[in-house]
Design a protein around this ligand. Structure first.
Ligand SMILES: Nc1ncnc2c1ncn2[C@@H]1O[C@H](COP(=O)(O)OP(=O)(O)OP(=O)(O)O)[C@@H](O)[C@H]1O
Ligand SMILES: [Mg+2]
Length: 235
């Protein structure tokens, strides 16, 4: 649900531009002067064709890549002004990231993988384990807590990665195609969980998805085309 504009935004992106060098020695502009604001409890889908810059946008917002121009503020702090150590701290404390590829640690079981972000945040082990077990149960993995990634299906690994992103109650959740490997029923359950936590914990959620039915469940849909948001931009 939309929140009053008076509330401080969790995410404020202004004039965000990202260029990469191209093979011919020039520059390719992937993102061109993007503006985007998300308040607590708000969610938005990002849609657009393959290669249009969706993952790049999440990476820059999530401090994994740096913008060529523009600012990204998370909970009022301009992350583009931070050094690498401060950016890592912001990432650990305020951002949950569900990557397009799951990046689970192969030597750790589902529960241990889900708990990894709590190490950086210094969460009490018991309460971390409780939340991890609860969330793993919620995504249908209650009987898989001690399985390692190679003993999980692709969709089960993706669900562990989603729990790992949620474990620290991040203010900002960045999600890149969370349901790509899931059947529609499981995808719907994952969406139920993400939307419920978005509301209950008043986070801001930005999700890349190719599934129109899933995008339609979020507050708004941003269409990314030729580096710009061509629909669903900030009012
Ligand atoms: N490190 C890089 N160096 C050069 N070009 C890059 C780099 N990373 C991404 N690009 C280019 O930026 C464009 C956007 O890539 P991005 O991964 O953001 O697309 P996407 O919208 O997430 O696509 P998909 O739906 O296939 O995941 C692509 O043309 C890609 O080749
Ligand atoms: Mg992508």
């Amino acid at each position: 649900m939309s929140k009053p504009a008076t509330q401080a935004p969790i995410l404020a992106v202004q004039g965000l531009t990202k260029t990469y060098p191209d093979a011919g020695g020039g520059q390719i502009t992937v993102l061109s002067s993007i503006d985007l604001t998300l308040h607590p409890g708000q969610s938005a889908a990002i849609v657009g064709p393959s290669g249009c810059g969706k993952t790049t946008l999440l990476n820059v917002i999530g401090t994994l890549d740096t913008p060529t121009a523009g600012t990204v503020s998370i909970a009022g702090n301009d992350i583009t002004a931070l050094n690498e150590k401060q950016r890592a701290e912001t990432r650990a404390k305020q951002i949950g990231f569900v990557f397009q590829e799951h990046h689970l640690l192969p030597q750790c079981n589902a529960l241990e993988n889900a708990l990894i972000p709590t190490l950086a945040k210094g969460v009490d082990r018991k309460s971390g384990e409780q939340r991890a077990a609860d969330l793993l149960e919620r995504v249908g993995l209650g009987d898989r807590l001690h399985h390692r990634p190679d003993a999980l299906s692709g969709g089960q690994r993706q669900r562990v990665a989603i729990v790992r992103a949620l474990i620290n109650r991040p203010a900002l959740l960045l999600v890149d195609e969370p349901t790509g490997a899931l059947d529609s029923k499981t995808a719907g359950q994952i969406m139920d969980l993400l939307i419920e936590l978005n509301q209950a914990e008043q986070t801001a959620m930005l999700m890349v998805t190719h599934a129109d039915a899933l995008a339609a469940r979020l507050d708004r849909t941003l269409r990314l085309e030729q580096g710009q948001i061509t629909a669903g931009a900030d009012a």
